[in-house]
Design a protein around this ligand. Structure first.
Ligand code: SAH
Ligand code: SF4
Ligand code: F3S
Length: 439
């Protein structure tokens, strides 16, 4: 019998899931599992899932369908589903997929090693209990060592905003801020291991600490993180426009280590739609924040998220979104067609726009963004930019890194430069990246 068991883990969805997956990998390493890239070689297959839109859910179901054959070939194979779909569906998944062994939720990833041990004994089980905030504070996923010079650090979990379309508060639970002392300790430990860039992550980082008496607020946390020796760059995501404060905006002027990029999802440019989305800000407030950010850091790059075809969105509302995009001059935009999530309020909103018309709006929106992205990228051609060399590109002999504004750059370099900030000359702009040379 072999001693080493093999784990194949696939992650869907956002950074929270990526960070949870890292934690799962490190916990399972301690009980003898090594990662494999080949599902058919695995003793344990874990799918860490996302249900933000219906498409994300369909992906899991077709994936699970494909795994049925593997289970037939290897009766001892353990198949597990975790993350947001698991949280939403719980035990029902075991009924629907008889070859599935275990289901764990977003609060119970810490019981994965125990559940795996039980599954090895032939047990089938689901645990998607929500924990109370005290218990969660003691169980924050810590970034595990993956050798990268740029790492994510989770600073909060859950969300209290209940935007009318969004499933996150239901599958991740209430918002809880991790203790600032632990965050700083983790950043220090990462810096000691050679990490030079940290991205602080949460669904709504602007409200960090506000609900915990005596805790730092987000701008104060940023100052502390930026002061950690060895850390050269600090980023954060995601910001909510309703909670963006003057003191956060001031951080972009005060903290040279804070990168000149903010991801600030607007979702729509129309006040009527924003109100039905229950986002808690107006177009005017959003644009004012953008103007203030540009004043604090003139070269800041803005990215965001937009939803096309929200229930009741008129052509005029949609035009407002397009005009806002031009005003903000997004460097990049993630955009989606509205997707009905059954537990959310918006699922009950009247919606007479055919799906085809929604797709057509998304297409127009993405066309406009592609032009703006390329134009912006071209404006960098011939300039010198500071990038952090992060590693070797998958393509050819090049290395890759990002500018402070989060533009991807490919550049020939030497392996010893990984982890260094270097100034490069941009020679060419493509739609998705910049090509550069060391000067
Ligand atoms: N907390 C972040 C977003 C997390 S979800 C924020 O508030 O900005 C990531 C993105 O998915 C959202 O910004 C939104 O644009 C999109 N999204 C969420 N629910 C959606 C739905 N039901 N249909 C379409 N897009 C959705
Ligand atoms: Fe979802 Fe809104 Fe929370 Fe973002 S802020 S996760 S969109 S409910
Ligand atoms: Fe998806 Fe869950 Fe993140 S629904 S976007 S993986 S919080």
């Amino acid at each position: 019998m072999k001693n080493e068991k093999l784990l194949y883990l696939e992650t869907f969805g956002c950074q929270m899931n990526v960070s949870d997956s890292e934690k799962i990998i490190s916990m399972l390493k301690e009980v003898g599992y090594q990662q494999t890239e080949t599902p058919s070689a695995a003793d344990l297959i874990i799918l860490n899932t996302c249900c933000i839109r219906a498409k994300a859910e369909q992906k899991l179901y077709s994936y699970l369908g494909r795994l049925k054959g593997l289970k037939k070939q290897n009766k001892r194979l353990i198949i597990a589903v975790g993350g947001c779909i698991a949280q939403q569906e719980g035990r029902r998944l075991l009924g629907r997929f008889p070859y599935l062994d275990m289901v764990f939720g977003t609060h119970t990833l810490f019981s994965v090693p125990e559940m795996v041990r039980a599954a090895e004994q032939g047990e089938r089980m689901a645990n998607v209990d929500f924990l109370d905030n005290e218990a969660r504070l003691d169980l924050f996923p810590k970034g595990e060592d993956n050798g990268s010079v740029s790492r994510f650090v989770t600073i909060m979990q859950g969300c209290d905003n209940f935007c009318s379309y969004c499933v996150v508060p239901y599958v991740r639970g209430r918002e809880v801020s991790r203790r600032s002392g632990e965050i700083i300790d983790e950043v220090r430990q990462l810096a000691e291991k050679g990490v030079v860039e940290v991205t602080l992550i949460g669904q709504n980082v602007n409200s960090y600490g506000l609900k915990t008496p005596g805790e730092l607020d987000f701008p104060a946390l940023l100052h502390e993180v930026a002061a950690v020796e060895g850390i050269k760059r600090v980023r954060f995501t995601t910001s909510h426009p309703k909670d963006i404060s003057d003191s956060l905006i001031a951080c972009f002027a005060e903290l040279p280590k804070l990168c000149g990029h903010i991801h600030l999802p607007a979702q729509s440019g129309s006040d009527a739609v924003l109100a039905r989305m229950e986002r808690g800000y107006s177009r005017e407030h959003y644009l004012k924040s953008i103007a203030n950010l540009k004043r604090a850091r003139p070269d800041i790059l803005i990215t965001g998220d937009m939803i096309a075809g929200f229930p009741g969105e008129s052509e005029e509302d949609f035009q407002q979104t397009l005009s806002m995009m031009e005003e903000v001059e997004y460097a990049d935009l993630f955009s989606f067609v509205f997707s009905v999530r059954s537990e959310t309020k918006a699922a009950g909103f009247p919606d007479d726009l055919p799906y085809q018309a929604k797709l057509e709006r998304l297409d127009r929106l993405q066309g406009l963004q592609r032009q703006m992205t390329l134009k912006r990228n071209r404006s960098f051609a011939g300039t010198f930019q500071e990038i952090l060399i992060e590693g070797k590109s998958r393509r050819g002999e090049q290395f890759y890194g990002r500018t402070g504004g989060n533009r991807m750059v490919h550049c020939p370099a030497d392996p010893f430069l990984v982890g260094s900030l270097v100034t490069v000359r941009i020679t060419k702009a493509e739609q998705n990246y910049l090509q550069a040379l060391l000067p």
